[in-house]
Design a protein. Sequence first.
Length: 394
Amino acid sequence: MEHIIKIFAIEDEATFGKVLKLSLEKDGNYNVTHFQSGEEFFQNIHLNPDIVTVDYNLPGMSGLEIIKQIKHYSQDIAVVVVSGQKEVKVAVEAYKSGAQYYVVKDVNALKELACCIKNLTAHINLKKEVEVLRDQIIYRHRYDTIIGESNAVLKVLRLIQKVENSNILALITGESGTGKEVIARAIHYHSPRKKKPFVAVNVAAIPEDLIESELFGHEKGAFTGADGRRIGKFEEANGGTILLDEIGEMDINLQTKLLRVLQEKKISRIGSNKEISLDIRVLAATNKQLAQRVKEGKFREDLYYRLQGFLLHLPPLRERDNDVILLAKHFLQEACQQNRISPKTFTREAMEAMLEHDWPGNIRELRSFVERAVLLSDGDQIDTEDLMFSPSIA
C-alpha cells in the first residue's frame, strides 16, 4: 500500500524550488512544500516530513547545520542534499552528518533527485507497512482479548498489569494448554518494549546438543557443522522480550550458563570470547513443579530462586467456571469464519457437557474440540455427540 509522501524542500532559489515541486508532484505520490531558508523550515518541522531536500549552500543557517538539527529532531526523516559543489569532501561531510543521498545541482539534478526520492519512498512505504502490521499485532494482544470473567482470570489480569512496565523476571506456571505464551505476549505488548522483538523459545522442543547454539548463537567453525555465524535467540530478542517456555526441561549444565546471563545481562556466542551486552526482558514458563525438580537434582536451586522475581500461576480450565462457555463460543465463531461456514450455536446439552468435562488439555483441548465439532455437525447447532469427548489419559 502506497502512502502520500510528505517532502519539504529547502531551497533559496525560488525558480529551482518551484521546478522541483512541480517535477516531484506530477505523479501524485508526493506532497512538496518549499521553504527558502532553514529558519523557515524549522518553524514547520513539527509537521513531520518524510523526506527533506536541502540546498547545501544557503544564506543564514548552513545546509550542514540543518542536516544535523534534522537528525537531532528525528532519525526517521530522510535527507537528500542538493548542491552545486562537486568536491568529494563536501559530500562526505553531508553523509557523515546523516544525509542519505548527495545530488550535484547540474543538468541531470532533477532526474537524479527523482531517482533518490523513489528509492527512499520504497523504503518509507515498507517501513510504514511494518508499523501497521506491528500495531495490528499489538492490538491482537490487548487485555480484552484474554477471554474470561472468572475470579481466577481477573486475578491474573490484575497481576500482569502490575508488572507490564517493569523489567522484573517473571515465571508463568500452569498446566499444559492454559495459555502461558498468550499471557507472556500480553505482558510484552503492553510494555515499553512492545515495538521490539518478542521471541518465544520452547526449550523442550530443541535437541540437547543444539539448545546452547539456539539460545546464544555460534561463530563459524565453532563446532562440526557450524558453516557460518548464527545469531542466537537472546541476541535476536535484544531490546525486547524472550520467553523461555518449558524451562523446567532445560539441561542442568545449560542452567548454569543461563543463570550467568540473567545475572550479568551478557552473552557470548559459542566459539567467541567477545561478550554481547543485552537489554532484554526475560519471561519463563513451565508446567512442571520446579521445587520438586530441585529436590530431584534436575533443576538448580540458585536458578530456581532467581526465577522467583514474580510468580504468575494460570488456573486450569476446570477451575474457571463459566469461562469454558465464553471460550467455546469464541472458538466457535472463529472456526465458522475461518472455514466459511454459516454461524452455529451450541445446544443447552452441549454446553452442560462442556461444563462437566475436566478438560485435561485445557484451552488447547477445548479449541480442538470446537473446531472439530464445527466440521462434524450437520445443522446450525452443535450437540453433545458432535463434541466427541475422548477418554481422559490417566
